[in-house]
Write a new protein. Sequence first.
Length: 578
Amino acid sequence: MVVACGYGDPVTLLRAPDLPAADPGTPTRTTPWRLFWWLATRRKPLAAAVWTSAVFSLGLVPVMPIFLTGAIDDGLSQRDWGALAAWVGALIAAGSVVAVSIVVHHRMTVWWRQDASYRAQQLAIAKVGVLGSRLRTHATTGDVVSVGITDMRTVQRSVECVAPTVGCAAGIIAVAVLLFSTSVELGAVVFGGVIAVAVLTGPLLGRLQRGYSAYRRRVGAITTRASDIVAGLRVLRGVGGEDAFNDSYRRDSQALKRAGLRIAGPGAWIDVLSEGAPLVLLGAVVWISARLVSAGEITVGQMVSSYGYTAALLQPVGWLMSTAMVLMQGHVASAKICDLLNLPDPPRRTDTVPGPQAGAPLADPDSGLALRPGLTAVASADAGAVTELFDRLAGLAPGEAVFGDVPVDRIDPDELRPRVLVADHDAFLFAGTLSAVIAGRRGPERVRAAVEAASAEDIVDALPDGLDTEVSNQIRTLSGGQRQRLRLARALAADPDVLLAHEPTSAVDSHTESRIVERVAALRGGLTTAVATTSPLWLGRADSVAFVQDGKVKAAGTHAELMTSNPDYRALVSRELP
């Protein structure tokens, strides 16, 4: 059977859909439940097939005792071996249908939950990409990491639980019809008990949801704390603060554990109800049906089947209770994903204009800095001011920067980003082959030249497969100086018109830095390069130096000229500042 499973691509239901989706779609993000339902129903034919197979795989199980009624009343009681064989054959056939349905259902459910999870991840990643540096003003690192790991996994489990719910509900309805047709008293007892369990479970589910929401907030907070400690570990050790932060993390961990234990309370009571209530009902059915048989109101076969119906309800009732708990967690996870997706997009102009020709000057009137082709060093005691300055030049922060005669904020970001690149010395290194990590969008042809310019050949040569070595994100097996050189190589491989580099050699020794300075100047000849640094090696090699104080260019010229004419610059470079 072939159906349109996705966005117009016909696929066989027994073949996994291609993931990630070429177009994840545009979700309805008003509420967590709407987002959850949207994720679960993007591949409607697949979802329908999952629900249909759930009816056959789970819905048929509780009604299987109907075959026992016929086998006992028509076969054994009447000593009609043909009727007995027919009922047994029907039982075997129904069991075969259930077995095949379970296999098909499980396979399609895996594809269904994976599709929902992939779409959620694609939407979250796309949103993070749109927000860029503005993300840090709206969400903490821990919140984003928890969405990407904990919440995605929870949504996946929740989607998976929806299909069995349909099958279990179908089975319960079928049993209701069969029990009431056998005896109104039996049907009323069983389903009165099911309704009572549902009523008792409601408040527990509410407590569970509130507890899980608080637990999820603590998860985000402690993840943020952990990432901050890891990121600042070197500094913490330098100032003797490692133990203090570790103690704080331990206290938060214990508080998180206690919050998790509090969640276990309502969950345990729900488990008690889901396991214990059906057993109580089973005892009641046996007692009532035995009385009815004694009174001649039902047959022995009907008594046996009534017992079977009720026993078979143990699985769907327990499953529904467990599903309710998972769905509550899915609601909380969907709410966190909604929070991320609903963050306001950065303003984007519709009246954009093309950027200037290559080689045009890039200027920031707020600070007075003007960059032209060649190597410019930007020296300042205030690293934050230079960061803000570079962000304005690259259009990452609001300002009046001008590229040629075109305002930076009027250039389409898709054009500006490849042309003006801000390279942080601690920028994130992604996982993959080292060649792909460095090459980025430019391809492998520039990798060797960039690696050589960054004086990173020794790093490549020491890896087992050279540039083809698979590395993990942040490549933590390398030293800080080695990672810094790879970040510089990646920036050089991008070959932007304007490169704005923050302290690209702050973690390397002076001999290596000297080589890097000369090689970068040679590789970037004719292009605009600005380096935020107070290193004499960069300052001495630069074509021009801009001395920035209080966010303004106070002096400009060559390193030698400024050393002679500006005492503040001389004090900064010679480390004479108090």
